[in-house]
Each structure stands twice: as C-alpha cells, then as structure tokens.
Design a protein around this ligand. Structure first.
Ligand code: GDP
Length: 337
C-alpha cells in the first residue's frame, strides 16, 4: 500500500485530497495543529474521519515535522499547510513568512534527512504573480502583492532548489483560487454564500465587503486536488499552473449567488466597508494551465456557475437546518489527544 502524508489535513484542500487518496487505496496520514477548538469538521462531514491517521504537528516546529515523517514513512508528501489567508498576512507578516515560507524549508530539510526518496508536492499560489502580465503561466515573472504572496515565492523557489541540489522529487502546483463549501468563512466566496443564506433566513441584514471589482480565476477545490496527485505521478518532477483560464469579478459572483439564493438585487443588502480593503490587492488573476492540460491530462470538471450553485445550496441547507457552518463548530472529542 502507498503511504501519503498530508501537511494540513484539516483544511479545505487537505480534506478533499485525503478523500481522493483514500478512494485510490492509499494509507492517509495527515497533520493537524493543536488548538483549543476542534478542527476535524470537514473530514467528519466527508465521513472519512475514521479512515485517516491524524498526527499532531506544526510547521513552526522542525521536530514535530520529523516525527510525522518518521511515523508515516511516506511515499508521497503533500504540503497544504499554511497561514493561507492573504488578508491576515498584512496584519501578521512575520508569522505568515514563518509558516507559509519557512515551513516549506523545514519539511524539505526533514525529507532530506529522513526520507529522501519520498515525493514532495508544494502548494504554490497564483498570489506569487501579482498584477503583471495578463494570463499567467509557469514562465510568468513573480511580483507578489502581499506578505502571503512573498512567502509563497520563497516556498516555491526553495522547492526548486531542493529538487536541483539534492535530487528530491519535489514539485509545485501553482494553484489559482479554488473554492468549495469547505472554503474558510473569511474568503470572499464563502463569506458571500454563507451571508446570503443567513440573509435569506433573516438571521443577518447586511453583507459588508471590500473591493468587489477584483477578479479571480475560481475553480473547484475537488478538481484541483486531483491535479496535485497527477503532478506526483509524472516521470520527472516539475511545476504546473492549475487554473480554469477564466476570471470573474466579485460582482459577478454576487449576481449569480444572489440569483441562486432567490434574493434578487444584491445592491440592497451589500455595503462597502473600507476597512476590508487591503494595502495592495491584485486586480485580476487568470491562469493558463495548457502545460497541465497537455502533460498531466488534467482539466477542471466543474465550471463557475456550478461552483457558485453548489456553495449557495450547501449554505442554504446548513442555515435552514441550523447546522453550524464548518469552521465555527466546537464539539466532540479529539481523536489523537
Ligand atoms: P485571495 O485571492 O486568496 O486573496 O482570496 P480572497 O477570497 O480572500 O479575496 C479575493 C478578492 O476579494 C481580493 O481581491 C479581496 O480584496 C476581495 N474582497 C473584497 N471584499 C472582501 C472581503 O470582505 N473578504 C475577502 N476575503 N476578500 C474580499
């Protein structure tokens, strides 16, 4: 059996990837951070909690990373752990650099010392590109517009360095925004779909947003984890842009989401909140994933409309049935405490 170790098991991507790998017959180990609240809601909602092996580890702690690698004896390692919210990286730039940037180096060092034959996937990000050039591919220059983006550039470059210097099978997927009903509530898509569901059931009156003219290339997280796996099944390690190739503004997202929620004109309840503007933002992000489509045979299955519909329906259902939204629930016992 093949062993996989996922750093960041409990996040959106970690839970989709764990499910995907379990269906492929992998033994799935995954790291989670010790916190005072429970963090397994997503893998419980997916009904895979009993099938994965959680390991407590933190990307700021080299020893815990080493232990996770020794315990799981992985054939494949996926690094999906990060301080992943761009907005928070402006308030916590040093923490973001430590976890999202240096954390990658800690894993690579641990692989070099303990498990040099393991394949490594690094979650690189479209945030590395910034505003230059229209459609971004693997050769586009990096010009990050946030501490998060800068930390991801470091993670990306150090992954390439370990591939070249130590012959580690180390790869990056440069993933453009990918969403789902499991997206954290602080990201704009899920913030919108959850708020619309609450507005529909009269639990909330207004939705406050920042720059709604920004455009993103939004895909479905479930499709993107398949690309991560495909990247590690190639003969040679390499880097790939994963994107749908189309961007939409937040206004367009609101149009569709409001229509699916049956709420009509969103201008009636959306308010601009200046405090949500970022010191620097990226106006438009669109990716060209021709290389991945050609070499991996990957393509996204869900389109933008289907994605928005899925997220709206999930949140309407959970608000209607008074199920607490993922990420805010505190319940149950911790499996490996
Ligand atoms: P990101 O692309 O990783 O930063 O994903 P986000 O979902 O956090 O943000 C996408 C875009 O939405 C950015 O350009 C934000 O400035 C913009 N945006 C506008 N209002 C909001 C808001 O209330 N919350 C968030 N998270 N983003 C917002």
């Amino acid at each position: 059996m093949t062993n996989a170790l996922i750093f960041g098991l409990t996040g959106q991507d970690g839970s989709y990837l764990a499910k995907f790998l379990l269906e492929k017959g992998y033994n799935v180990f995954g790291t989670f951070r010790r916190t005072s609240h429970r963090c397994f809601e997503r893998i419980e909602d997916m009904e895979i909690f009993d099938d994965v092996i959680p390991i407590k580890a933190d990307l700021s702690d080299h020893g815990s990373i080493q232990l996770a690698i020794r315990q799981s004896k992985p054939d494949e390692i996926y690094n999906l752990a990060a301080q992943s919210f761009v907005g928070a990286s402006f308030q916590q730039p040093i923490l973001t650099s430590d976890i999202t940037g240096l954390g990658v180096l800690r894993i690579l060092e641990a692989i070099k010392e303990n498990s040099p034959g393991a394949k490594f996937y690094q979650a690189s990000s479209s945030e590395m590109f910034g505003n230059y050039s229209e459609i971004k591919n693997e050769n586009s220059p990096f010009h990050p517009r946030s501490p998060y983006g800068a930390a991801k550039v470091f993670g990306h470059n150090i992954t390439i360095h370990y591939r070249e210097a130590y012959k580690i099978f180390a790869c990056s997927g440069i993933l453009f925004n990918h969403e789902s009903p499991y997206r954290g509530l602080e990201f704009v898509t899920r913030k919108i779909t959850y708020a619309l569901a609450r507005i529909k059931f009269k639990q909330q009156k207004k939705l406050r947003l920042g720059n709604i003219h920004a455009k993103r290339d939004w895909g479905f997280a479930g499709d993107y984890v398949e690309a991560m796996w495909m990247i590690l099944q190639q003969k040679n390690p390499d880097d790939y842009v994963i994107a749908t190739g189309k961007s939409h503004s937040i206004e367009e997202f609101l149009d569709l989401a409001s229509e699916y929620a049956g709420l009509g004109d969103w201008h009636e309840f959306v308010e601009y909140d200046e405090s949500l503007d970022r010191p620097t933002d990226i106006e438009d992000l669109v990716g060209d994933s021709s290389k991945a489509r050609k070499q991996l045979g990957w393509s996204p299955k869900l389109d933008f409309k289907e994605l928005v519909k899925m997220m709206v329906e999930y949140d309407i259902n959970s608000v209607k049935n008074e199920i607490s939204p993922l990420n805010t629930e505190v319940k149950g016992s911790i499996k490996s405490e």
